[in-house]
Design a binder for this molecule. Structure first.
Ligand SMILES: Nc1ncnc2c1ncn2[C@@H]1O[C@H](COP(=O)(O)OP(=O)(O)OP(=O)(O)O)[C@@H](O)[C@H]1O
Length: 825
């Protein structure tokens, strides 16, 4: 473990940034939300965490800090004490995920039941349990709840290519379904039959409810006996219901201005889910029956259960419900509005008058409420559900206008009790503790992944059920140069879009638009001073499951319990990926400057490079980057990174370039091989500084079974940066591209025999014997020849070897010819 806790630094001189080195036995951060979301949301989050393998978030290990050290601070005569800040707090929640699993499941199931029972208070659960059955019917599966659950299980992923969100086990789902249906059944009955067009529907719902009630005796033999009959009956009813829903709608969801439209709110109670609630304005309720159709409990998931334009009746939502609904509506409104405009989005044309507001209230409103109530892990999206999601999303798109209008309405509802006309700030339209908004799109926060020296990174889910990482950088109080640097990360990530081994930037927003503009145009005018406004940078990034630091930590924990060495193939596999990632940026003339295990993330089995916070592009006329200060993470910083801008023995200014990254790679490789970084025994900043900048300091290499591995580490950790290998060479190093053993042994066997014959033929001639022994040495230790040469690729190495050998052979031949001649004379 790098004991960097004692690093000396004066706060003023060293900006020590905690970053990501992980060493096997240390501890660090974290998966804790800084602010606890409400109960249900917490359960959602917990469920997501549950489905991530242990430790898939930020390493729990102590991470070395990234340093920003002004040059003057580096003079060895300056004595300072380390800034031992380690801003990464250990978060037991991460490690504790698995332990808490059962508790979470219990909570979830309790939660589902209690939530459903509390229907009256929950506007998202409005009336009967029809929807689940409807969805199922499309699969031809009747209304057998267990089948439905199994179907959900079968298709329990959000998207094949996206994060899998497995469902809890089938039995518990069925069990919960029974409870849910029972509860909903009670609700239906207590509500009594509506009149008008929905009477038929009510009958159906009552029927289902009564079925659901009977399902409390789910396995009773009597009930089983009548199952077939009931199923047929239900299917019949379903058909009727479908026909009902398929009626030409007089009030379509997009029916702006139609006086008889029903308002349909599609709530996705968690990202993969959409449930629908239909309600109408007071004036409409008298004329048009309305129905709120809600899938039961967790079966709300993924289902759009109300056809748009259905003119159905449901009990009037209470004011409380309305307010709660409007919160959700507002949330989805934000999500639906992609404009990024801070003003509430609304269709002024239709919102200008009270009359039109009334109309609007009657319209079918589609909202997607991605993030409430339900455990997303139980959102297994069945085939039907999947379709459901798509159709819902389509619906949402199609109804975006309505959604926008809903926004204005919901704003007003929110303000119930206060002046109706008061406009509602967009900021209040969603809970900032639970959501992030980037360019008008909402992302629900699922948990904090980690925090770097400059940022917080959160796991989030988008409205299309994709998991992302959201990096939030607070700019307030930072100097502009630093803020520019952070913005530049966006530039680099944009430049590296489409590169497989670089984490992908999905979206971003810099709240300080001028700053972004300046960075993008390369005209940084305001270099002095600090950012005063409450500026943030948000970056939505491809999500990485685990970082290399954590992987190494796990690997070494495994190895500690056994007497095995690190698996060379494992090493080879990830080392190659690391090289390829760095090769990508070096080809783009970008020097990362902060390469360390924590900055390589595993995404679907491949390592991807992250954190371009201090990366720099090499300008076209040079091979180096210009830095005003020393930056990096101590344990991985190259000698030239420490000595940046100082003069070397020849009076040349020391600069950093690609070789600086190669040194960091050497440190990473060393750590992969030995479980610690090369200078880990030097605990303080100054001792580290001293040994790393000392050209005569010899790094200790414990013996390893593969000499090529040793050679590789040395090639990366050559003190003299001009001696360090470049990525293309490293990719061809014999550790990665081993020479074919059979050929070696074959050629060696034949070679030895040949040398023996020649030696005999030379008959003890001194010069010839000398040449023969050289030839033999080449055959025995080809590297002894190659080491003195600076080769480019292994093919070049082979060619050099051959030419060296043939030179020797030629000389021996000449000697032999001479000695032949002498003998003949
Ligand atoms: N796309 C992502 N997916 C998953 N986790 C991520 C992602 N990006 C960052 N992280 C996690 O958050 C941590 C901090 O992220 P990052 O290194 O980008 O922030 P930073 O503020 O630049 O950190 P530092 O300055 O300390 O290196 C990472 O070590 C990683 O564990």
């Amino acid at each position: 473990m790098d004991g960097e806790a004692n690093l000396p630094a004066r706060a003023a001189d060293f900006a020590v940034r905690p970053t990501g080195e992980t060493t096997p036995s240390s501890t660090s951060s974290t998966l804790s939300s800084s602010s606890s979301p409400p109960g249900l949301i917490r359960h959602v989050q917990a469920a997501f965490k549950r489905h991530r393998s242990l430790g898939t978030m930020q390493s729990k290990d102590v991470k070395p800090r990234r340093m920003t050290v002004p040059s003057r601070a580096l003079h060895p005569t300056v004595h300072s004490t380390a800034d031992t800040r380690n801003s990464e707090e250990s978060d037991p929640a991460r490690g504790g995920c698995a332990v808490k699993r059962s508790t979470v499941q219990n909570l979830q199931s309790k939660d589902v039941v209690s939530r459903v029972k509390g229907t009256e208070d929950d506007p998202s659960i409005t009336v009967p349990s029809i929807s689940a059955t409807i969805t199922q019917s499309s699969d031809g599966g009747g209304c057998n709840a267990s089948e439905m659950q199994i179907d959900q299980q079968k298709h329990g992923t959000c998207d094949k290519d996206k994060d899998v969100m497995p469902l809890p086990n089938v039995e518990s789902q069925i069990d919960r379904l029974k409870k849910v249906q029972f509860s909903l059944g009670e609700t239906v009955i207590s509500q009594g039959p509506p009149d008008g067009m929905a009477t038929e529907l009510w009958k159906l719902s009552s029927h289902f409810s009564s079925l659901a009630l009977t399902e409390t005796g789910w396995n009773h033999p009597d009930i089983e006996a009548s199952n077939a009959k009931r199923t047929a009956l239900v299917q019949d009813h379903l058909q009727q219901f479908k026909n009902f829903l398929n009626q030409p709608a007089t009030a379509q969801s997009s029916g702006i201005g139609t006086s008889c439209a029903t308002t349909t709110s599609v709530h996705s109670t968690s990202a993969p889910m959409l449930n629908s609630t239909t309600h109408t304005s007071r004036s409409e309720r008298d004329e048009v029956p309305q129905l709120a159709v809600e899938p039961p409990g967790h079966l709300k998931t993924n289902r759009l259960s109300v056809a748009q334009g259905s003119r159905l009746r449901s009990p009037e939502p209470s004011r409380k419900e309305n307010i709660a609904m409007s919160d959700r509506q507002a949330a989805i409104t934000d999500e639906a509005s992609m404009s990024g405009n801070d003003a509430p989005v609304e269709d002024k044309k239709h919102c200008s008058s009270t009359e039109e507001e009334n109309k609007m209230e009657k319209e079918v409103k589609i909202h997607k409420e991605p993030f409430s109530n339900i455990n997303p892990s139980s959102q297994g999206i069945s085939a039907s559900a999947d379709n459901g999601v798509h159709s819902q999303e389509q619906l949402i798109r199609e109804s975006s206008l309505n959604v926008k209008m809903e926004s204005s309405q919901s704003g007003k509802q929110q303000k119930a009790g206060s002046s109706r006309g008061t406009s509602v700030s967009r900021k209040r339209n969603y809970d900032p503790d639970c959501f992030f908004k980037v360019n008008g799109k909402l992302y629900q926060r699922l948990g904090k992944i980690g925090s770097g020296g400059s940022s917080e990174v959160h796991k989030v889910i988008s409205s299309d059920c994709t998991i992302y990482a959201l990096k939030k950088i607070k700019l307030k109080g930072r100097d502009y140069a630093t803020a520019y640097g952070f913005c530049q990360e966006i530039g680099y990530l944009n430049r590296l879009k489409g590169k497989d081994n670089i984490i992908q930037l999905i979206d971003y927003e810099v709240t300080d638009k001028t700053l972004l503009q300046e960075v993008m145009s390369g005209s940084m005018n305001n270099k002095d001073g600090r950012v005063k406004d409450d500026g943030y940078i948000y970056m939505v990034l491809e999500y990485g499951e685990i970082d290399l630091a954590r992987m190494l930590s796990q690997k070494w924990k495994e190895l500690d319990n056994s007497d095995k060495n690190i698996d060379e193939n494992w090493l080879r596999f990830y080392w190659q990926q690391i090289l390829l990632a760095v090769s990508t940026i070096h080809e783009e003339r970008i020097v990362h400057s902060d390469l360390k295990p924590a900055n390589f993330l595993l995404v679907k089995g491949s390592l991807k490079l992250i954190d371009f916070g201090i990366a720099k592009a090499i300008s076209s006329d040079t091979t180096n980057i210009q830095r005003d200060s020393q930056v990096g993470t101590l344990s991985y910083m190259s000698p030239e990174a420490f000595m940046c801008n100082e003069s070397d023995a020849n009076g040349n200014v020391i600069k950093c370039g690609r070789p600086s990254d190669i040194w960091s790679l050497g440190c990473i490789l060393y750590q992969m091989v030995y479980g610690r970084t090369p200078f880990s025994e030097y605990k303080t900043f100054w001792t580290k500084f001293k040994v790393i900048t000392d050209p005569n300091h010899e790094i200790t290499y414990e013996p390893v079974s593969n000499p090529w591995l040793l050679d590789l580490m040395k090639k990366c950790l050559a003190w003299d940066r001009s001696q360090r290998w470049r990525i293309p060479q490293l990719l061809q190093h014999p550790f990665l591209v081993p020479p074919v053993p059979s050929l070696i042994s074959q050629s060696q066997g034949q070679g030895y025999e040949m040398v023996r014959i020649i030696s005999e033929a030379c008959g003890g001639h001194q010069e010839s014997s000398e040449l023969c022994s050289q030839l033999r040495q080449v055959l025995e230790e080809p590297m002894s020849v190659l080491k003195s040469q600076s080769m480019v690729t292994s093919r070049d190495q082979q060619c050099m070897l051959l030419s060296h050998m043939s030179k020797l052979c030629l000389q021996i031949r000449q000697h032999l010819a001479k000695s032949d001649l002498g003998q003949n004379e």
